[in-house]
Design a protein around this ligand. Sequence first.
Ligand SMILES: [Zn+2]
Length: 292
Amino acid sequence: MRNPTTRNPQPNTPIMKRIAKHLFIVMLLTIFTQVGGIIWLLCVPIFNWVNRKNSSSIQKKLIKTTAFLSIYLLLCWTLVPAFAKYGGRVALPTKYSTAFPVAPANKLFCWMNRHYVSPKMKTSLQEIALNMQEKYPDTRLQYLDANFPFLKGFPLLPHLSHNDGRKLDIAFLYQDTKTGKPINGRRISFTGYGVCEEARKGEYNQVAACAKQGGKMYSMMKKITPQNRKGMSLDEKRTTELLRNLTQHQSVTRLFIEPHLKTRLGLSGEKKIRFHGCHAVRHDDHIHIEVK
Ligand SMILES: [Zn+2]
């Protein structure tokens, strides 16, 4: 007599595996893009149709990936911004213009729907960028992570507070290390994060203090980012001017940079510049701003 377990080899296992695989992908897409998980689920009937076709496994994967990416991008450039407006969020510009000299450090922020803000944040950023050009013509600002398009309280990991449209990260301004000439429109790393302006000898080292307290996430971006500065160094003059513009703007309520940079750049008296706490990520590689 045959062993019943070998005669019926758990027919539901492949289905359960497929469901688990879909759920895992949906979870990842939701964490990184917010709407990507829902769009993946919308594509499941297409995936099933492709699976029934008499093609090779590689061909099927290629067709499914192309179908998903096409539908994802189409919806992200049409329906998502249209619906986000109803919830009070608008997309930041995807490229520089004379009227709005601000763009993402990496287009991935836009492709992943991480460039949505409140209308007040958008107009404030535009005013601040144009103000910068009065003293430093040709200066263009790069933004990093902003917020997702929908749902107040939905965090944009790893930034727990970027959940209401009122938060935005901005890149520092850089200069050519050899010539001292301003650099615009070039990011210092792939994401724009992770290349840090470390505390110098004699400066208060908040990063070391947080490491002692066990803040494991604090230096996460530095750990995963190649420390190649590409001949770029912090443009202290322009970055200080940017920070002054930010603190003087009536809509900006507070901003975060590391304490040693606040002191180094002569901004100790600026009450809007605060310390973010060891539970957050370090802020000597970017500026975090918040508006009303
Ligand atoms: Zn931030």
